[in-house]
Design a protein around this ligand. Structure first.
Ligand code: SF4
Length: 395
């Protein structure tokens, strides 16, 4: 099914996701099908949407403007079950000018889809590898190609000139300990692959109850280090990867990176990412404390005129729901990305808010927030993470 990629807002470069039928890789940590046991690709509808001459919906507009399509966020496009539809879909993607972001554990159909794109390299391939041990992966990713095979594919595609991102997502010490990570990164560097994305194993106690007993069992020792322990481990690994000169992406990380610039070079147009603003602030601050405002934010991350355009429908509001119910409830009408970003900038309850990023704090004077002439908060940045934030930092 073709859908606006709401969940990736401000982190993922793709705008629209096409997910095929329910994934058969059987990963124990997968939440993609928890609320919907059986999913269909609805390929015909997706293809028709691609060919609409006059954009009607907000998704049509994103496609019409040439923002990239992701395959796939809620399923793997390259399983035996999805292979045929993915190849069919790629015959149409190859006709379009927009970039494609592939997210996969690799598998049948991947090579066919890439060859349909011919010499084009506006295709970024994100390959998930969570361990270097095949026998371990067989426990919790039972039907996906083994990691050794995925690494082989990553190397081969990199050699063919594709931008390959290796994703240790989720990263858990039980599957990828420090030593394994070092071995893995040494190999990646030897292959010339430098882009790596890492993320936590996001399993809260409440969500754990949603997983079947079999999935719980197959998660094994990884369950011993969820929550804060996993957060600390991922933080430590992020620091190590950055110091090892890998090009790293991790949501909310307190470092600058050219990771997203490299994606942009390959894909052309991309959705706004918060990291662009982090990079800008590092550059502007030059190691000193600075105060930044909403105008800086919008000028840096949403330069494209599309993000300033007023859209009749209220669909953009959906991004808010994923970032926090209260923010969504309090903002009934959102008709441009600029308006959406203003809400996110000012409302610290929103999970996407820059205020929640460890590198930013609310700028104040005499204990009060500083506001710009339009009532937007100003933020303080000095390049150091503020993990225990005060309400307002005196500037
Ligand atoms: S490959 Fe992705 S979508 Fe498929 S089961 Fe694993 S985590 Fe879920």
């Amino acid at each position: 099914m073709l859908d606006i990629f709401v969940g990736g807002y401000l982190f993922h470069p793709a705008a629209v996701d096409y997910s095929g039928a329910t994934c058969t890789n059987g990963c124990a940590y997968c939440f993609a099908n928890i609320n919907k046991e059986s999913r269909e690709g609805k390929l015909k509808g997706a293809i028709n949407t691609l060919y609409k001459k006059t954009p009607v919906t907000y998704m049509d507009m994103l496609l019409n403007e040439g923002y990239p399509i992701l395959l796939s966020n809620r399923s793997d496009p390259f399983t035996e079950k999805n292979k045929r539809e993915s190849i069919a879909f790629f015959t149409h993607l190859a006709e379009r000018k927009a970039g494609v972001f592939i997210q996969t554990k690799t598998g049948p159909g991947l090579d066919e889809c890439l060859s349909l794109m011919g010499a084009r390299r506006d295709v970024v391939v994100y390959i998930t590898i969570t361990t270097i041990h095949d026998e371990l992966a067989a426990m919790y990713e039972p039907f996906a190609p083994r990691p050794s095979k995925r690494i082989e594919t990553a190397k081969r595609l990199h050699d063919m000139g594709y931008m390959v991102i290796v994703a240790v997502n989720p990263l858990n010490e039980a599957w990828m300990n420090r030593n394994d990570l070092k071995i893995f990164v040494t190999d990646l560097k030897a292959y010339g692959i430098k882009h790596i994305c890492i993320e936590m194993l996001d399993i809260k106690q409440r969500r754990l109850g949603l997983l079947s007993q079999s999935k719980n069992d197959r998660l094994g020792k990884a369950l011993e280090s969820v929550g804060d322990k996993n957060r600390m481990y991922v933080r430590e690994c992020t620091e190590w990867l950055v110091s090892s000169e890998m090009s790293v992406a991790k949501k909310g990380m307190p470092f600058r990176t050219s990771f997203f610039d490299d994606i942009k070079k390959n894909l052309g147009k991309t959705m706004p990412v918060l990291q662009d603003f982090v990079n800008y602030c590092f550059k502007k601050s030059g190691g000193h404390g600075i105060v930044v405002g909403f105008d800086d934010f919008i000028n840096v991350i949403a330069k494209d005129s599309f993000f300033h355009k007023q859209i009749g429908q209220n669909t953009i509001r959906a991004y808010l729901l994923r970032s926090g119910f209260l923010t969504w409830k309090d903002n009934q009408q959102v008709h441009s990305h600029k308006d959406l970003l203003r809400i996110i900038w000012n409302d610290g309850r929103s999970k996407l808010s820059v205020q929640r990023h460890s590198l930013f704090a609310i700028a104040g004077r005499d204990g009060k927030r500083i506001l710009d002439e339009n009532g937007n908060v100003k933020l303080y940045f000095d390049g150091s993470p503020h993990f225990n934030k005060k309400e307002v930092v005196e500037t």
